[in-house]
Ligand binder design. Structure first.
Ligand code: HEC
Ligand code: HEC
Ligand code: HEC
Length: 402
């Protein structure tokens, strides 16, 4: 085809025609300008990019770039930001936990939920290895998720267990117990533990009563939370094995935490009160967490207390309008936004939202409320409200977050 005379002499084609009708021809046009510019910019960008960022493989490593950027640095910055954000967001709740009694934390839905959520991780890191991920216990480590407590299931007792640690003490081979006695006692305990279906031999009872067991486990075999001497009447064993009887015999013959006896049952709960990994606030959270795992002794509701005398000072200057409306009454004007939190309005009853404002102090908050801010209209639309009335309604909202 190239032999033919160029039928399009004015056109800058190359002379290559790809079909018989010469409809498909190869032209020799310059690429469009935008394309070339993009190409040049790309070429310029390469050295700039390589100068700032790690790019070129270099003797088994790579060039570092002048910006010092690495993914790890970026990641660490992100983590740091998140940490700061959390600290700010939860600082009020953390503080409230530090300052509240254990009972008050449990009574308060928000504090309790926060404590439980945050303690879950602490428990996993510090306790689960011995007590199991859900506090279900392990061989030799007591269950924390039932209501069978060695040392008691009140918040205070649990907290003491964690703070001071525990180390039960049961002497080996009390008062010259023979192997046969131990066997008899073990059978007696197992049968007693079966409850109504068990057949404890009454002839074995005197052995229990005379060999010193009663001193710690008590005449009714219920144990004693001050000594951590297990309840022997319920058939629940903290030293569990598939052959429960031989485990009981071992306990009777070798005792608990009798260091000199290699077969003794080890039972040491480390003390976390002096630990550097867990602080006092975290111990509180853990106590609340363990308490709700299943067997905590219920916390009584707080006795109804008269509201604290925190009603703001009523202005007594002659110019002040005498207030006729109470906070609750005026609040009907504010509730449209403050009940649901429209536009970021601090919600009625929202602890976190109000605590930071309580901290800033009434005067400051009042001045913001009077002037308006963002979607908060000046005076919250209560144009005929006096300062005193605004104080009352703000106090009313603040009290909701206590
Ligand atoms: C090294 C193992 C170990 C670790 C870790 C451990 N515990 Fe314990 N814990 C024990 C043992 C053993 C006992 C029983 C002590 C005894 O029998 O005298 C115990 C007892 C307790 C008790 C008392 C139980 C009762 O029935 O009265 C509580 C509560 C408790 N631990 C909570 C915790 C919490 C919370 C953590 C984590 C902060 C934790 N423990 C970490 C081994 C451990
Ligand atoms: C000085 C107090 C003391 C005396 C006396 C004593 N015990 Fe104990 N016993 C304990 C303590 C404390 C524990 C719980 C240890 C622990 O869990 O840390 C225990 C645990 C046990 C256990 C294991 C319970 C379980 O849940 O696995 C058995 C069984 C037992 N004792 C039986 C006896 C018998 C039988 C006698 C009498 C021969 C006796 N004990 C005398 C303090 C005593
Ligand atoms: C139209 C919705 C709306 C109404 C009505 C409203 N508020 Fe607000 N309010 C807001 C919003 C939004 C904010 C959050 C402003 C911010 O912090 O950006 C807010 C914040 C506040 C604050 C906190 C100010 C501070 O210092 O952070 C107070 C106090 C307050 N309102 C009081 C009232 C009172 C009292 C009324 C009724 C008389 C009222 N508001 C009515 C929307 C409203």
């Amino acid at each position: 085809m190239s032999e033919h005379e160029n039928p399009y002499p004015g056109e800058n084609n190359t002379g290559h025609f790809w079909d018989d009708d010469n409809d498909i021809r190869e032209l020799d046009n310059r690429p469009p300008r935008w394309y070339m510019w993009a190409l040049y910019l790309g070429i310029i960008a390469i050295p700039i990019y390589s100068f700032y960022y790690p790019t070129i493989p270099w003797f088994g490593e790579h060039t570092k770039g002048s910006a010092g950027w690495t993914q790890i640095v970026e990641y660490k910055e992100g983590v740091e930001q998140l940490k700061q954000y959390r600290e700010i967001k939860f600082s009020d709740t953390e503080k409230a936990i530090t300052e509240s009694s254990l009972e008050d934390i449990v009574r308060d839905d928000e504090l309790r939920n926060y404590a439980i959520k945050t303690a879950k991780v602490l428990f996993g890191d510090n306790c689960a290895a011995c007590h199991g991920a859900g506090g279900q216990g392990n061989d030799g480590f007591p269950v924390l998720a039932d209501d069978d407590w060695l040392y008691g299931g009140t918040l205070a007792q649990i907290s003491t267990s964690i703070t001071n640690g525990r180390k039960g003490n049961m002497p080996a081979r009390m008062m010259g117990i023979s192997d046969a006695d131990a066997d008899t006692l073990a059978t007696f305990l197992i049968e007693t533990g079966k409850g109504a279906t068990g057949k404890p031999n009454p002839a074995s009872k005197p052995l229990y009563m005379t060999k010193g067991c009663i001193g710690c486990h008590g005449p009714t075999m219920k144990g004693n939370v001050f000594m951590g001497s297990a309840n022997l009447s319920d058939g629940i064993y903290r030293f569990k094995t598939s052959d429960q009887k031989s485990s009981i015999i071992r306990t009777i013959l070798h005792g608990v935490n009798q260091g000199h006896d290699p077969l003794t049952q080890d039972a040491v709960m480390p003390s976390f009160g002096t630990s550097t990994v867990i602080d006092k606030t975290q111990i509180k959270k853990l106590a609340v967490y363990v308490h709700q795992l299943g067997g905590g002794v219920a916390v009584k509701p707080k006795p109804v207390a008269l509201p604290k005398a925190e009603i703001p000072k009523i202005e007594t200057t002659a110019s002040a309008k005498v207030s006729t409306r109470g906070g609750k009454e005026i609040y009907t004007k504010c509730q449209g936004c403050h009940n649901v939190g429209i536009g970021g309005a601090p919600k009625y009853g929202d602890k976190i939202a109000w605590q930071s404002r309580i901290k800033r102090g009434m005067d400051d908050v009042l001045s913001v409320a009077k002037a308006g801010k963002g979607m908060m209209p000046p005076k919250g639309t209560c144009m005929d409200c006096s300062d005193t009335e605004l104080r009352l309604v703000i106090q009313y909202m603040m009290d909701s977050a206590k």
